[in-house]
Design a protein around this ligand. Structure first.
Ligand SMILES: [Zn+2]
Length: 115
């Protein structure tokens, strides 16, 4: 499975976040809302109809679906993060490690040469 395919699946699986149009508060299902005692993992559509924005108190109808926010973006960041090293094949990594070791040994031997 390619990285792109995995990313797409994650993005599709992540529940959408909703943004309050009056104050910009974002309800993320992965976090829930501690102020209004909504457990993490609760979908916006599953919130009680009397649920209000914890910041400005506006009702659910003022919220707009802004799509999955946290899961896919976090995934992308992780991809960027280890990119340089992950591109190296195991062979290249060994070469890097043993090359550095060999250089160290040569340097050590050169010290003996000075005496
Ligand atoms: Zn609000």
């Amino acid at each position: 499975m390619s990285e792109a395919a995995k990313e797409k699946t994650l993005a599709e699986m992540a529940p959408p976040s909703y943004e309050c149009r009056s104050c910009g508060y974002i309800y993320a299902p992965s976090k829930g809302d501690s102020k209004t005692k909504i457990a993490a993992g609760t979908l916006f559509t599953d919130l009680p109809s009397n649920w209000r924005c914890p910041v400005c108190g506006t009702n659910k109808t003022a919220f707009t679906n802004i799509g999955a926010q946290d899961a896919p973006s976090g995934f992308e960041e992780n991809l960027e993060f280890g990119f340089g090293v992950n591109k190296l094949t195991p062979g290249q990594k060994n070469l890097l490690i043993f090359g550095a070791l060999a250089l160290g040994v040569l340097f050590f031997l050169s010290l003996y040469g000075l005496n």
